[in-house]
Design a protein around this ligand. Structure first.
Ligand SMILES: Nc1nc(=O)c2c([nH]1)NC[C@@H]1CN(c3ccc(C(=O)N[C@@H](CCC(=O)O)C(=O)O)cc3)C=[N+]21
Length: 284
């Protein structure tokens, strides 16, 4: 069994981003800027936003974190997004989710300039992915494909992939990316009967269900490659994935851990998308 260490792969990606940013700096050009909008004081969101800001700094990009009160109105949040759209110095805009319940995330996402939508959540970018056009690919799915590539899985012709989870952020886009690589893809979810037997047929299994340690040895095919997208906080304060790592590790050929798996890849692909937005904006 090989462990797919996302933190190490993320370092690789960040090194290459850093060298491109160094080059930009050496030429005296403006630096790429990522704006992150945080609404309210959810501690988990604060910690994610901090790690995104630190990641920007670590590759030499600029970060602007905009913190708004939890009781801000929808109109005020939309005005913040529009001001960032209009700011030529801002390349990427990310609105940290989830938003407080009184705010409508969908219309906020719709308000982001698609050319700055480094999360890849605007319907234009989602549609571009669906129809095979260039655009921003959501960070977690992009990171997952990089992880698969790192274990030699790039052309997936003849392989069965099963995705557990159907969110716009992970499940749906990763299924499209796997299909683009010629995998035969099944999307299973919380209402799928006999999900265990469907998963057990997968050569590539991507689990993003938000159910701690749900996937046991009987769920995985011998020799499968498993990517665990779950991030669950246990009672002892430690993080665990949706896959019971210890239970499946001797059966699979490769598996990503939690922590140090998909999470760090998500952050580095956010930087990659911000650099891509910067290049597009500079090209004019
Ligand atoms: N608009 C938006 N875009 C997002 O991409 C987005 C979001 N909202 N809301 C929340 C989720 C969650 N997310 C994570 C990123 C990194 C780690 C990460 O690096 N985790 C570390 C551990 C961190 C810890 O110890 O708490 C790891 O897995 O090793 C986790 C989770 C991005 N999200």
């Amino acid at each position: 069994m090989k462990t797919i260490w996302g933190n190490e792969l993320a370092k690789e990606v960040k090194d290459s981003i850093r060298s491109e940013v160094d080059h930009i700096k050496a030429n005296g050009r403006r630096l790429p800027v990522l704006a992150v909008v945080l609404v309210g004081d959810n501690p988990a969101s604060q910690s994610y936003v901090r790690s995104k800001a630190n990641a920007c700094i670590s590759v030499g990009m600029e970060n602007r974190t905009i913190t708004l009160d939890g009781d801000i109105s929808q109109a005020e949040l939309l005005a913040t997004v529009r001001a960032l759209n209009a700011d030529d110095k801002v390349d990427g805009i990310l609105v940290q989710l989830p938003l407080p319940k009184h705010l409508d995330a969908d219309s906020v996402i719709m308000a982001i300039d698609p050319s700055k939508d480094v999360d890849g959540l605007h319907p234009l970018n989602a549609g571009n992915l669906l129809t095979g056009r260039p655009g921003f690919v959501p960070c977690t799915p992009k990171g997952i494909m990089y992880m698969l590539k790192s274990v030699g899985l790039e052309d997936l012709a003849g392989k069965r992939a099963v995705v557990c989870g159907r969110s716009n952020l992970v499940g749906k886009p990763v299924a499209l990316l796997l299909q683009n690589q010629n995998a035969t893809v099944t999307i299973a979810h919380s209402k799928t009967p006999d999900i265990e037997s469907i998963c057990s047929q997968a050569d590539v299994l991507v689990v993003a269900m938000g159910r701690p340690k749900m996937v046991k040895a009987s769920w995985v095919k011998a020799g499968a490659v498993v990517i665990d997208v779950g991030i669950n906080r246990m009672e002892n304060g430690k993080l665990c994935g949706d896959v019971d790592f210890d239970a499946v590790k001797d059966k699979v050929s490769a598996i990503s851990p939690v922590p140090k798996g998909v999470g760090p890849m998500t952050v580095c692909m956010l930087l990659a998308n911000t650099l891509e937005a910067y290049r597009n904006h500079e090209r004019g």
